[in-house]
Design a protein around this ligand. Sequence first.
Ligand SMILES: C[S@@+](CC[C@H](N)C(=O)[O-])C[C@H]1O[C@@H](n2cnc3c(N)ncnc32)[C@H](O)[C@@H]1O
Length: 251
Amino acid sequence: MSKDARDSFRDVAPNYAKSTFHASAVRLQEVLDLAHPRPGDLALDVATGTGNTAFALAPKVRRVVGLDLTREMLDEARKVAAEKKVTNVEWVIGDACHLPFPDETFDLYTVRAAPHHFADIDRFMAEAYRVLKPKHDAAFVDCAPPLPARDLLHEVEVKRDPSHVMSLTLDEWVGKLQRAGFQVERAEARELDWNYEEWMGNMDVKPALAAELAAVIESAEGQARKQLRPERREGKLWHAYWHALIRAHKA
Ligand SMILES: C[S@@+](CC[C@H](N)C(=O)[O-])C[C@H]1O[C@@H](n2cnc3c(N)ncnc32)[C@H](O)[C@@H]1O
């Protein structure tokens, strides 16, 4: 049984507002390139966390609703919104698998770096489909390591963050989205050179556990090792990591 995401995220909210991955302009542009926001859109950013994706969308759309389960993440998002003087975003506490909105409310749906926490992935996709207006689009970005690296990383992920449920492979993403009713227009797995230490730091993982989990990655063998390519640079561990970048359409 995975731990509730609120227990994992409530004490680390400020880390996510400045994380190299989550706050990077290049990574946020990647979501905009997938999402194609339009000036009149009412957008929903699910599991918005500290609002990084919502803030990237805000200048491009009419209004953004940023939804998250964890109050402390939204408190941090509100603080950042005040600093950035962003006024067209509102913050809602809620669950991606039970969205508190009527059918066909939104012109655009986005979710980034979060579905691997969701307890019921099929229900989350059904909810995304339900709240999106017909003839509109959704952008899904989440960790998506290929097999067998996914299975090796799973052990690392659940110990790093006990609210981790499962990373889907790109093929699993596409199959499930199609079964939820979406037409998948673009789907790719993008690989990054991953800074292990910062990844652990985002979750304030204690040094002893970080060392134990580094050893799991560094002792990978066979195909998983070829995929992960663990390497020490100036003593610090780096390895490959993957995200699914998906644009899907509701007919
Ligand atoms: C890594 S952070 C999100 C990062 C953010 N989307 C971004 O692009 O920077 C993961 C977030 O997922 C949220 N979360 C986990 N399970 C959730 C659920 N079932 N419904 C809504 N939010 C959830 C957590 O509270 C946390 O804020």
